[in-house]
Structures are given as structure tokens and as C-alpha cells.
Design a protein around this ligand. Structure first.
Ligand code: GDP
Length: 300
């Protein structure tokens, strides 16, 4: 991620999106299915205000399907239509136009009642860096779109990309929003998924947090992958988490001379496995944190 989110940049990003909102009928808010709340811009409701909106949980191929269902219900309870997609493979992306049409039903009917032939729906994809905006635009367009980045005078140089046989038109430059920063947990979750750079937070801390989350929610998956025998008695005790990380490091051969564990290497193995989906389908936060998923059977 190249963007440094200083207050001035946030203001600029907000203005750019607000200018684009004038051009469109519906906003497509892209979230990471593994961290739907942590990947949400804190002011998104304020920024999108009265715009019709479709919430899209991206990277659902990496998320836990049961948790994704719970998130879809969570957003539905807040009055939003929410769908899950995988922009890499294209799974379910056809639902974007279908659901947008349902959301914009009144808009269509108004035009028809006035004797106007409805034009294509115009949409803007918005989301934080790395959530998959460009991947989704390319998938919907069916080709690689050269994203030119934002220029002053947003209406200039922007193209409409026709998708789904011309029913939907997409602005070729997405709306880039900043993530939440205030909350440490959010920061670590963003880092675990790779949404913010490792240099910002220490890799050992990021992996520590990932292991802690996984012990709580996906112990058996973690135990299977790294041949762990028993979960810690107290997951809130940092020393016990460190002991689990040591066991992982040993199993994966992350040992330096003298038999000590190389924590940086262990951490990087854990994060690589997580991001590549090798630890299975994992969602790091649930709408109701009391719903704790402990066994693989719970996921089915
Ligand atoms: P942007 O900054 O929001 O435009 O994000 P990108 O489109 O550049 O995507 C960031 C990373 O996420 C890239 O490595 C993509 O390949 C990956 N990615 C995007 N969508 C998906 C998805 O649905 N599933 C998976 N597994 N990876 C995805």
C-alpha cells in the first residue's frame, strides 16, 4: 500500500468519492469477508449517506462460509443487501448486477412510468486499499483495466466500463477509502490479512495476534496444520500464546543455532500460510463474538 493516510489525504479521498457519487446510481462497498468490520471505513455511512448501496464481501474463498452467512444476516438486519464473492475466480460476481437491479427497482420503475427506456445502472466500487477493488473491476470488465489513479477533476479521463451485457456501468477508477486506525485489534487484523504493510507493525506481533484469534476460533485447524497437541489453558495469557508459537516454529524448522526458535521466521511462516489459505477458511471476526467456532465440524 502506497498511501499514507494523513488527515489531508483522508479529506482528499473523501472529496474524490463524493464527486464520483454524483455520477452514479449505486455504490458497491467492498469488504474483506475475513474481517468485515475491520476492513470498513469508519465514515462510510456518512460518506455514502443516501446513496443506494450493495455490500460485497470479497475474498470469500478464504473466509469461513458459516461466518460469511452470519455476516450477510448481520448486514441484512441493518437494512443492507450483502453478498459474498471471490473476485479472483469470479465466483458470484454476476450477483452484483442482479442485486443492484433489485436495489434500484424503484429507480427503474420511475423511469418506465415516465415512458423512459431505463439506461444502464451506474456504479462505483469503494473500499480500503487491498480489499480487491481492481481485481473485481477487472473481473467484471472481463479484461485488465489500466487503473490510472485519481486525477484532479474526477469526471475527466474517467471511463464507464460496461458489464453484464451493458446493464451495469462501472467507473473505471474505484473510490479508495482509509481503514480504521484507532483500535489496535483492527490494526492487527488488517495486518494479518495483508491490508496494511508489515513495516507498520512488527511481524511477530501480527502473527501473535493471528495465533491468538485462531486458538479462540479455529483451534483444531491450527492444531492439524502444525501438529499441536493441546490448546492453552488461558488464551489471554501472552506467555501461553508464545509457547504455541514456539511449538509451531519447532515443527516448521524455524530454529537458530543453539536450538532457539527464530520468531521472525515462525511469524512469517504463519502469516504466509494464513494469507495463502493454507490454514483453511478463516474469518477473524464474527458479528456475534459469542459464536465461537471450535471444531472443523462446526464449519459444515
Ligand atoms: P485494491 O487495492 O482494492 O485494488 O486490491 P487489489 O485488487 O489489488 O487486490 C489486492 C490483493 O488481493 C491481490 O493480491 C488480489 O489478487 C487479491 N484478491 C482480490 N480479490 C480476491 C479474492 O476474491 N480472493 C482472493 N483469494 N484474493 C483476492
Amino acid at each position: 500500500m502506497d498511501i499514507q493516510w494523513f488527515p489531508g489525504h483522508m479529506t482528499k479521498a473523501r472529496r474524490q468519492i463524493e464527486a464520483k457519487l454524483k455520477l452514479i446510481d449505486i455504490a458497491i462497498e467492498l469488504l474483506d469477508a475475513r474481517i468485515p468490520l475491520s476492513s470498513r471505513n469508519p465514515l462510510v455511512d456518512e460518506i455514502l449517506l443516501h446513496k443506494p448501496r450493495l455490500i460485497v464481501l470479497n475474498k470469500s474463498d478464504l473466509a469461513d462460509a458459516q461466518a460469511t452467512k452470519a455476516w450477510i444476516n448481520y448486514f441484512a438486519n441493518q437494512g443492507h443487501t450483502c453478498i459474498a464473492v471471490d473476485s479472483n475466480s469470479g465466483h458470484n460476481v454476476n450477483q452484483i448486477a442482479i442485486q443492484s437491479k433489485i436495489i434500484l427497482r424503484d429507480w427503474f420503475e420511475r423511469q418506465i412510468s415516465r415512458g423512459i427506456n431505463p439506461r444502464a445502472m451506474r456504479a462505483l466500487i469503494v473500499g480500503i486499499p487491498n480489499v480487491g477493488k481492481s481485481t473485481l473491476i477487472n473481473k467484471l470488465a472481463g479484461r485488465k483495466i489500466a487503473l490510472t489513479g485519481d486525477r484532479p477533476g474526477v469526471t475527466k479521463g474517467q471511463q464507464w466500463i460496461k458489464v453484464t451485457g451493458g446493464e451495469l456501468e462501472l467507473l473505471d477508477t474505484p473510490g479508495i477509502l482509509w481503514p480504521k486506525f484507532e483500535d489496535q485489534t483492527v490494526g492487527y487484523r488488517l495486518a494479518v490479512t495483508g491490508a496494511i504493510k508489515e513495516e507498520v507493525l512488527h511481524i511477530d506481533d501480527i502473527a501473535f495476534y493471528a495465533v491468538k484469534d485462531m486458538i479462540k476460533k479455529y483451534w483444531s485447524t491450527l492444531a492439524d496444520r502444525y501438529q499441536l497437541k493441546s490448546p492453552p489453558d488461558n488464551v489471554e495469557d501472552p506467555e501461553e500464546i508464545v509457547k504455541i508459537m514456539e511449538q509451531i516454529g519447532r515443527v516448521r524448522g524455524c530454529v537458530i543455532s543453539g536450538g532457539q526458535i527464530d520468531f521472525d521466521k515462525t511469524s512469517s511462516v504463519i502469516l504466509r500460510d494464513f494469507r495463502a489459505g493454507k490454514l483453511g477458511n478463516i474469518t477473524l471476526e464474527l458479528p456475534d463474538e459469542n459464536v465461537i467456532i471450535t471444531t472443523k465440524d462446526d464449519l459444515n
